[in-house]
Design a protein around this ligand. Structure first.
Ligand SMILES: O=P(O)(O)OC[C@H]1O[C@H](O[C@H]2O[C@H](CO)[C@@H](O)[C@H](O)[C@H]2O)[C@H](O)[C@@H](O)[C@@H]1O
Length: 248
């Protein structure tokens, strides 16, 4: 069980499978009505030290968590916003991005049900509708991607192959945020459910914090485990009150 929140904690949340339940399609997810306000309340209670660290874009986060804006990193570390009012800083456009998307559209056309999600600085190839082809699709994506240069990486997540620029990940995003005035000196807790969250877990632990695994996926790094997004949201909801009680 997670210990009661402490005033020096910094919370880093993955989104899909962690804050919200998965859906059959990336745009099929539903954000609980009160989630943005709950995040904002925790943000206030923790001096601003609450961030979203996702494979999604920051633009997606802002539009779906409106009016709340948090420090954030999107597209697996390829873009970062160090404070709510700071600009979003992207990496330079990866050379492989556009040509790889074009090639994959052709290469994967014979697998009905495969969906290539366009993201400005990364790519996601979804095979939730045809999980039996996951291995073959992974092989094809890797083969084509590697032919486009050394600075591309492939991560097999939940019914998805995430293609990202090497050298950037959720761990580098946590490290960068932890160097800012809002987060510095705090104990980071990274909440995540998928293999793409392992870098975030590692960095949070390296900096003296905890990894909070969500859901059933096995990981060597979990300090604590919550069974599902509903438990993450229940924890989040309790943060302001518990901190207030501890202070009084
Ligand atoms: O880092 P996250 O916040 O967990 O985002 C990871 C990816 O999430 C989305 O895909 C996943 O969720 C979809 C909706 O539940 C689901 O249909 C899909 O199978 C999952 O892989 C999103 O589409 C990706 O861009 C994110 O990278």
């Amino acid at each position: 069980m997670l210990p009661p929140p402490q005033p020096d904690w910094a919370l880093f949340f993955d989104i899909d499978g962690t804050l919200i339940e998965h859906a059959d399609h990336p745009e099929g997810v539903s954000i609980p009505n009160d989630l943005p306000q709950r995040l904002a309340a925790a943000q206030t209670a923790l001096g601003g030290a609450v961030a979203l660290i996702s494979g999604r874009t920051i633009a997606w986060m802002d539009s779906h968590f409106e009016p709340v804006r948090l420090p954030a990193s999107g597209q697996h570390g390829a873009e970062i916003r160090l404070a709510p009012d700071a600009p979003v800083v992207p990496i330079p456009m990866p050379k492989w991005r556009a040509p790889l998307e074009e090639r994959l559209k052709t290469e994967l056309a014979s697998w009905p049900g495969v969906y290539i999600e366009h993201k400005p600085l990364s790519l996601a190839v979804h095979f939730r509708a045809v999980p039996e082809f996951g291995d073959a699709i992974m092989e094809r994506v890797t083969q084509v991607g590697l032919s486009m240069g050394p600075d591309v990486e492939f991560l097999r997540g939940r019914f998805v192959i995430e293609v990202r620029q090497s050298g950037r990940d959720k761990g580098t995003a946590v490290a960068e945020l932890m160097r800012t005035a809002i987060f510095a000196g705090r104990k980071p807790l990274f909440f995540g459910d998928d293999v793409t969250d392992e870098d975030g877990f590692r960095e949070a632990r390296r900096l003296g914090g905890f990894a909070v695994a969500v859901g059933p996926r096995a990981t060597q790094q979990a300090d604590y485990r919550l069974a599902a997004p509903i438990e993450v949201r229940a924890f989040l909801n309790r943060v302001p009150k518990l901190l207030e009680q501890a202070a009084s």
